[in-house]
Ligand binder design. Structure first.
Ligand code: AMP
Length: 398
């Protein structure tokens, strides 16, 4: 992606307006319980401070309806201060005179965190006046919030119209490098693993990746709509009745393209998705009435692991089963372990989607992937081949 990056900019003494993703979970005492997203943004912030720039940080937090003190970003300022070991400044608004004054008092190598952007409904409406008020606060603009790049909001898209230079921060750059590579220049063999509950959420990704991958491995609940499309009995497994036709079209397309398109060959089944439910392993066409497929079976695990052995690029989105329940998590965890193993070889492994990332976390495997995307929805839209407005709005490199 040929976009200006933070390394192309002169930051010294400049007011650098940065869109970060500080949408972090807070507990009842308003403490940050998972600071991954803050930590991920530190390289960009440190670069600005080390280069003598003034960092003005803006983010959303949750889905407030108006000014909701429970969703203030003040606790994030405290955490930032600890992580950066550098005093934080915080202002309890994100536009207006008070904020402009705080920015004007900012010295080089200092940073200021603005209050939750979504306290103003104009943020999500991409209101031009609101965007202009934000733009007033900086000389240059950096977007490091990949997770919201698929939304044309005032702080991700509208604001860019008022700057000559809009660049990607380090986190954004990393996302674009890995996800971009999968679509433009993947090392082959390229394998995609798609799982999760429904075909409907992944249909455009399947369609887009079909032209690019050598092998497509399907798992999770969506496998059953494919099996229904093949006329098989699926018991009480998850089915999207209205997507059976679509599944048939995909299967035909895969055949036409001679794509190595794999569905699970066996399943772990139970009558209910409960930890204490009794389970059985059955072949794909032997799911009895009243039973549900809740994980891929051992033969499928071996088959998929084998397909992954020689892969040089792997994209994974969506669990292989109901991984939240230990009993049905084996398929997902084995796939994750295999990815860790091939990453140690020479494969590039890219994991996106909240559930796949949560599955990695169960076995502390996040750091053993080449790249774990910070944006669930954004990474899906990217893999669908869509233009993300927050990225399109960044300045092209000359
Ligand atoms: P998605 O948001 O579409 O990626 O789906 C993630 C969800 O799919 C997780 O909560 C899983 O529990 C669920 N899931 C995966 N496999 C199955 C299955 N075989 N039956 C029902 N739900 C499943």
């Amino acid at each position: 992606m040929n976009k200006l990056t933070i390394d192309d900019l002169k930051l010294k003494d400049k007011r650098v307006l940065v869109r970060v993703d500080f949408n972090v979970p807070l507990n009842e005492k308003k403490e940050v319980t998972d600071d991954t997203r803050i930590v991920e943004s530190l390289p960009t912030i440190k670069k600005i401070l080390n280069d003598g720039g003034k960092a003005i940080l803006m983010s959303h937090l949750g889905r407030p309806k108006g000014k909701d003190p429970n969703l203030s970003l003040a606790p994030v300022a405290k955490r930032l201060e600890k992580l950066l070991r550098w005093p934080a400044k915080f202002v309890d608004d994100c536009i207006g005179e008070k904020v402009e004054k705080a920015v004007s008092e900012l010295k080089s190598s200092e940073y200021l965190l603005l209050e939750n952007l979504r306290f103003y409904p104009q943020e999500e409406k991409n209101d031009p006046e609101f965007a202009k008020s934000l733009a007033k606060l900086g000389d240059i603009y950096i977007n490091d919030a990949f997770g919201t790049a698929h939304r044309a909001h005032a702080s991700t898209e509208g604001v860019t119209r008022y700057f000559k230079e809009c660049a990607a921060g380090y986190l954004m750059q990393k996302e674009l490098k890995y996800l971009g590579m999968t679509l433009s220049d993947p090392k082959k063999p390229f394998v995609a693993i798609l799982g999760g509950s429904k075909i409907s959420g992944k249909i455009d990704v399947i369609k887009n990746l079909m032209d690019k991958v050598d092998t497509l491995l399907i798992g999770g609940g969506m496998a059953f709509t494919f099996y229904k499309a093949l006329g098989k009995e699926i018991g009480s497994s998850l089915l999207e009745e209205d997507k059976v036709g679509l599944a048939q079209d995909i299967l035909k397309e895969a055949e036409k393209k001679k794509l190595d398109f794999l569905l699970p060959v066996d399943f772990l089944i139970a009558s209910e998705a409960r930890e204490d439910a009794s389970t059985r392993v059955v072949d794909k066409d032997s799911i009895p009435q009243g039973w549900k497929g809740l994980d891929i079976g051992p033969k499928t695990v071996e088959l998929y692991k084998d397909k992954l052995s020689n892969a040089k690029t792997v994209v994974w989105n969506g669990p292989m089963g109901v991984f939240e329940i230990d009993k049905f998590s084996k398929g997902t965890r084995e796939v994750a372990q295999k990815l860790a193993q091939i990453t140690e070889g020479s494969a590039v492994t890219i994991v996106g989607g909240g559930d796949s990332v949560a599955a990695l976390a169960k076995d502390n495997l996040e750091k053993r992937m080449s790249h774990v995307s910070t944006g669930g929805g954004a990474s899906l839209e990217f893999l669908e081949g869509k233009t993300l407005p927050g990225i399109a709005a960044l300045t092209d490199k000359k």
